[in-house]
Design a protein. Structure first.
Lengths: 300, 255
């Protein structure tokens, strides 16, 4: 079952369309990496999932039930979230802030303690939140979201302000939570921050979903450039002429966006024309390249 | 037993820790009472009509301006932390119903207002005893009026809390309180009768004028006069809470 499903989810402010026709599928118990550049509509989407913002069109189902203004307060008991800047009242200590959450949600001491331990905030509870670093505020915000032991956790850029060790800790935490069956949706504008933790990706650009699927599907979706190693790349390019968009790249000929059949034809043409081919390979691609490629071009 | 609402109220009380609100609650009535008696004390005169004169000088002015202003400030202070950082998102993504959020905040502001009435009462008694050496005790009707005042702060607490919830600015709702209080004072001075009580600030001011003989008051504490204040206060409070809840339910979170 999918924990979150949206159909045609759209938000516009006046004429400006911020999020357009999203059909999200967030499978149960996964870490869903919600990626996109700043301003691509990630926060707005997450706010619509929580009914903080009402969609202009489309529907949201969370845990199989509609999420809207009449159902939200009931639904929110099972959803932990951290959206945009972390919460926490500055004039209260971390511990007092957590007691507020404990009280208003009717949680027991043990639930709060577990949440605090999982973000390693035990030592900082007596300090006023106003004196917290951004990283500590993020941890407190995550603890506040975790304390209710949610079935769905929605985290908007939770690694903001964390150092590399902190980011790694959050990644481990997300994996652990997913291992326990919690569905985690986490957004970032940096692929590197979530790629190791996420097993499903949704990539947003200018309010549209460019891609949604597993890591393997993501790699498969973006065709890596073909590199043909030849002793005379200029001649090889002249042979192919205008039929394919090839360019010389060092000692090789680089051809983007070409499929396997196309590759076979190009190699046959080159060999037929007497151009010396001694290597044909696909370029190694990192997930980062795929992501940049997708969001820059807005294609797929 | 903890119910979701008592939990929400408890949470609001926790938020008052280390809050500036307490200094407003204590300082405002003390300053007003002392300022009202200052010239008399300095000139070594006595109060013409003992406790009655002291009450009139302290409480009537207090009800016209310092009290509504104080409630405006308390409401803005109560909502200020919610307008900071990610608090709005957290508040609106919790399972606590909007009605409880609004009601708990209103009651906390009213509670602070009630404590302010107690401080006022104690200050008046101490001033009468220590500065003027008045005989006897403050007449019982002023204790009844103090209880009425605790109820009468509710509509202003409700309206000011709603404003401070909707408006991020600290000063704007306080300015509205000033305008509201001024309008109420003018209307009360015009002695239009019960119609004035449609204005929340007029309800509070009217309560402070009971049994004083000012602003068209008979000078006696009557059941009708008291009932008018209580009923108008209750209705206006319900209206303010209902409108604020509806607003909170409909609006999108802006950050």
């Amino acid at each position: 079952m999918d924990t979150v499903t949206t159909t045609g989810l759209t938000k516009s402010y006046g004429r400006q369309v911020v999020v357009q026709g999203l059909d999200l599928r967030v499978p149960e118990g996964c870490v869903y990496g919600f990626l996109g550049p700043n301003g691509s509509g990630k926060s707005t989407t997450m706010k619509m999932l929580l009914s903080l913002v009402r969609p202009t069109a489309g529907e949201v189902l969370v845990l199989g039930e509609p999420m809207n203004r009449s159902t939200r307060r009931r639904q929110l008991a099972r959803i932990g979230s951290l959206i945009e800047s972390p919460p926490g009242y500055g004039h209260l200590t971390g511990g007092e802030n957590l007691r507020l959450v404990q009280r208003s949600l009717g949680l027991d001491e043990a639930q709060v303690d577990r949440a605090v331990r999982s973000v390693r905030l035990e030592e900082q509870l007596d300090k006023k939140v106003a004196h917290y670093s951004l990283g500590m505020k993020q941890r407190l915000g995550i603890a506040m979201a975790l304390a209710r032991e949610p079935r769905l956790l929605v985290l908007d850029e939770p690694t903001n302000g964390l150092d590399p060790a902190g980011i790694e800790e959050i990644r481990e935490l997300l994996r652990r939570l997913a291992g326990r069956g919690v569905t985690v949706m986490v957004s970032s504008h940096l692929l590197g921050e979530v790629d190791k933790a996420a097993d499903v990706f949704g990539i947003l650009s200018a309010g549209r979903l460019l891609f949604q699927g597993s890591r393997e599907q993501l790699f498969a979706a973006a065709v890596p450039d073909l590199l043909i190693d030849t002793s005379d790349p200029h001649r090889a390019r002249a042979v192919l002429d205008d039929r394919v968009a090839a360019r010389v790249d060092g000692g090789s000929l680089r051809i983007p966006g070409i499929d396997d059949q196309g590759t076979a034809r190009v190699v046959a043409d080159l060999v037929g024309a007497g151009a010396p081919v001694y290597g044909v390979r696909r370029e190694e691609q990192s997930l980062e390249d795929v992501f940049m490629d997708l969001t820059r071009g807005g294609r797929l | 037993m903890t119910t979701p609402f008592s939990a929400a109220l408890g949470a609001e009380l926790t938020k008052l820790r280390r809050s500036l609100s307490w200094s407003v609650v204590v300082l405002l009535p003390v300053v007003v009472v002392l300022a009202g008696s200052f010239t008399t004390v300095v000139s070594g005169q006595q109060l013409a009509d003992g406790w009655h004169t002291l009450w009139l000088r302290s409480v009537v002015f207090y009800g016209l301006l310092p009290l509504p202003l104080g409630l405006g400030i308390l409401a803005s202070l109560a909502w200020r932390p919610e307008h900071r950082g990610g608090s709005w998102n957290a508040l609106m993504s919790s399972p606590v119903p909007s009605l409880y959020v609004v009601l708990a905040k209103t009651l906390v502001v009213a509670l602070l207002g009630a404590v302010m009435q107690l401080v006022l009462l104690v200050t008046v008694v101490l001033t009468g005893k220590l500065l003027f050496g008045l005989a006897g005790m403050l007449p019982g009707r002023y204790l009844v009026i103090t209880v009425l005042l605790v109820v009468a702060v509710l509509p202003v607490a409700g309206v000011q809390s709603a404003l401070s919830m909707a408006v991020r600015s600290f000063a704007t709702p306080v300015a509205v309180a000033l305008v509201g209080a001024g309008t109420a004072a003018v209307l009360l001075a015009a002695e239009l009768g019960g119609v004035v009580l449609v204005l929340p600030w007029a309800v509070t001011a009217r309560a402070t004028q009971l049994a004083t003989g000012t602003f068209g008051d008979s000078g006696e504490l009557t059941a009708g006069g008291a009932a008018a204040v209580v009923v108008a206060g209750a209705l206006l409070t319900l209206l303010a809470v209902a409108l604020a809840t509806r607003y909170l339910e409909r609006r999108d979170v802006h950050t």
